[in-house]
Design a protein around this ligand. Structure first.
Ligand SMILES: Cc1cc2nc3c(=O)[nH]c(=O)nc-3n(C[C@H](O)[C@H](O)[C@H](O)COP(=O)(O)O)c2cc1C
Length: 181
């Protein structure tokens, strides 16, 4: 049986994968199926009405390699009647002109395929020059912003808060465990 939430991630060096499982720990294995985008087909999206997508940015504003390979497939998924929350990983000091760009690109694709996007996240507390993952007013990211390179110590609290937010916006009755890591 599938869980209420399908979480799909791509990860080159393991940071996004680790965050994916930290989200699952907070929401419970019975409520979240975690899948590597390298191992799935677009058909698996059909199983879930509530979807979480995790993507890091690489090489000056590029999409992570497994997401890149999946890009044509994701562009063909019908996301209408689905709620989608995004989380992105990046390095705001090292790549401040391209912070989380891939999350912005994924947002635009999923939105164009009819998804209702949830899980937008305030930009307070981050320091960067430019990002394609910002909404027009520049006050919100298009999903949760995680920086394991520069703000690792803030990740646990951000995940606790964002998990509460997405459960409410998915309109699910899932207790969120608040964790220190
Ligand atoms: C060569 C290189 C290029 C990167 N390019 C970007 C970038 O353009 N924008 C950004 O926000 N982060 C960038 N990063 C930071 C990564 O997104 C970050 O380390 C992330 O946590 C990696 O996730 P992963 O381990 O799941 O692949 C880059 C890192 C490296 C080493």
């Amino acid at each position: 049986m599938t869980a209420a939430i399908g979480l799909f991630f791509g990860s080159d060096e393991g940071n996004t994968e680790a965050v994916a499982y930290r989200i699952q720990q907070r929401l419970g294995e019975e409520f979240v199926d975690v899948m590597d985008i390298a191992d799935v087909t677009q058909l698996e999206f059909a199983d879930y009405d509530c979807i979480v997508l995790g993507i890091p940015t690489w090489d000056f504003g590029q999409i992570q390699s497994d997401w890149e390979e999946f890009w044509d497939d994701v562009s063909e998924v019908d996301f209408s009647n689905k709620r989608v929350a995004l989380f992105g990983l990046g390095d705001q000091f090292g790549y401040g002109d391209y912070f989380l760009d891939a999350m912005g690109m994924l947002h635009d694709v999923v939105k164009s395929k009819g998804a209702q996007l949830i899980g937008y996240w305030p930009t307070e507390g981050y320091d960067f020059e430019a990002s394609k993952a910002l909404l027009e007013d520049q006050k919100l990211f298009m999903g949760l912003a995680i920086d394991e390179d520069q703000q690792e110590e803030m990740t646990a609290a951000r995940l606790n808060r964002w998990c509460e937010q997405i459960v409410a916006e998915f309109e699910l009755e899932i207790p969120v465990e608040h964790l220190d890591d």
